[in-house]
Design a binder for this molecule. Structure first.
Ligand code: EPZ
Length: 418
């Protein structure tokens, strides 16, 4: 198993670009099943989760071609309506394929994706919403056997929690349907708007409101389109955490400033100098960081849970005690024991993490517990004295495109080794 090897202590400088959003690419790839024709998707990140989504599309009968960061998907012929358990478990968010498969084939057989490192990850909101739209879903020993008589019929759905995946599954189910569907208390993450933008280019009629309401006027069919995936706001936040930890000044390019607003104030509170450009952010850190007192993860436009781990890593060296509250997932602190191995002083009280800033961190052998926890270890290692070895890179590669190459470009002493 390969490792990421970091010799900490280098200050960072220069420019770095952000790849396309993982959490936009996945539902949009699922959405190509609805378009009877060819979709050209630009700015797709080269990630294991994206490759897993392409494996599912190919299994179902789609033709998928990769041309650099462009994926060309031809879904004219879909021959299957099931996803084998192995493919389902390659990527947790494969549950968003349920809506489009059911919409296109009127039957589907999938497996419950199961929990993962950050929590139980239930899918009750997905299933109850699809049932309201007319689906018959039988759950048996982890298998989902689904059918729909004539096709999805519009309905009014109020989500008890603004679930990103459930919102995406509902949109994917009713884009091609009879009638109108209103989703209340829908997720407002930028990736939802990107999915709607993609589907509207295919001929759908979807409106996303800023008040958490999504209205879908069902249409009879969709055609192919050309689309560019939005930048990955979590990767951008991770790079910012790296600069805030290692020190220096870096221009982070190809971002959407609006999407970064929930995290910018935290970096400013920590004492980083931030200059927002039209599609970039310059971050500068020269002095020792100040602690951050009120990071609470919330649904968008609140502070994103996916940025919690890398931001915690940066607070490890702050001059004081930081407070981070994880409100979204019930076990998303698995990176804490690993950060402690690097010398940080962190206490967990339920969903609250208290990070007592230390003078220095020391290189160590650590293991990535999950995707964002792994990126937190890379961030901390950049600010540690000495050599760190980070195993579990399979987690990191799910969401970051060649993270070591990107960080090396801005001066980090980081490489992949065995
Ligand atoms: C998406 O996961 C993202 N994944 C996650 O990113 C992200 O952390 C999460 O949204 C929140 O922003 C993708 O987009 C592929 P949710 P998802 O449904 O859709 C509860 C990363 O690191 N819930 O909004 O699974 C659930 O338990 C990943 O890139 C139910 O109770 O998130 C959790 O507490 C990790 N029932 C909360 O909602 C349901 O049916 C948020 O889940 C569904 C969710």
């Amino acid at each position: 198993m390969d490792k990421i090897i970091v010799n900490g202590g280098n200050r960072l400088g220069g420019e770095i670009s952000v790849h396309g959003a993982k959490n936009s690419s996945l539902p949009i790839l699922a959405a190509t099943l609805l378009a009877e024709g060819e979709c050209v998707i630009h700015n797709c990140p080269d990630l294991t989760d994206v490759r897993a989504a392409c494996d599912i599309l190919r299994y179902l009968g789609c033709k998928v071609k990769k041309e650099g960061s462009t994926l060309v998907v031809d879904s004219s012929i879909i021959s299957k309506w099931d996803i084998p358990e192995g493919l389902m478990h390659e990527m947790r968010s494969s549950i968003v394929f349920l809506g489009p498969i059911l919409s296109r084939m009127h039957k589907a057989r999938l497996y419950t994706p199961g929990g993962c490192e950050i929590g139980l990850r239930p899918i009750d909101l997905h299933l109850s919403s699809l049932r309201m739209l007319g689906a018959h879903i039988r759950e048996s020993h982890g298998e989902l056997i689904c059918r729909i008589d004539k096709g999805f019929r519009g309905s009014n759905i109020t989500l008890s929690f603004p679930s990103v995946g459930a919102t995406e599954n509902i949109i994917l189910a009713c884009a091609v349907s009879e009638g109108v569907t209103n989703i209340f208390n829908a997720a407002r993450e930028p990736e939802i708007a990107d999915l709607a933008d993609f589907l509207n280019k295919c001929g759908a009629r979807i409106k996303t409101g800023t008040d958490g309401t999504v209205t879908v006027e069902g249409v009879s069919s969709l055609h192919g389109c050309e689309h560019r995936i939005i930048p990955d706001r979590i990767t951008a936040a991770t790079y910012m955490s790296a600069v805030a930890t290692a020190g220096g000044e870096v221009l982070i390019k190809d971002i959407v400033p609006m999407h970064m607003k929930p995290v910018i104030s935290v970096f400013e509170e920590s004492g980083c100098r931030i200059n927002m450009g039209r599609d970039s952010v310059k971050i500068r850190k020269t002095e020792r960081l100040k602690p951050v007192r009120n990071v609470r993860t919330m649904p968008y436009p609140g502070f994103p849970t996916d940025a919690q781990a890398p931001v915690m890593a940066m607070t490890a060296l702050a001059d004081g005690t930081s407070v981070i509250v994880e409100n979204i997932f019930e076990s998303r602190f698995k990176h804490v024991p690993q950060l402690i191995r690097l010398g940080s002083a962190i206490k967990i009280e339920g969903r609250v993490a208290l990070i007592d800033g230390v003078e220095r961190l020391y290189g160590a052998k650590v293991c990535a517990p999950d995707l964002r926890g792994g990126s937190a270890l890379v961030v901390a290692a950049l600010g540690a004295e000495g050599r760190s070895e980070i195993s579990g890179t399979n987690h990191i590669d799910r969401g970051y495109e060649k993270i070591e190459e990107s960080l090396r470009k801005i001066g980090a002493d980081i490489r992949r080794g065995v």
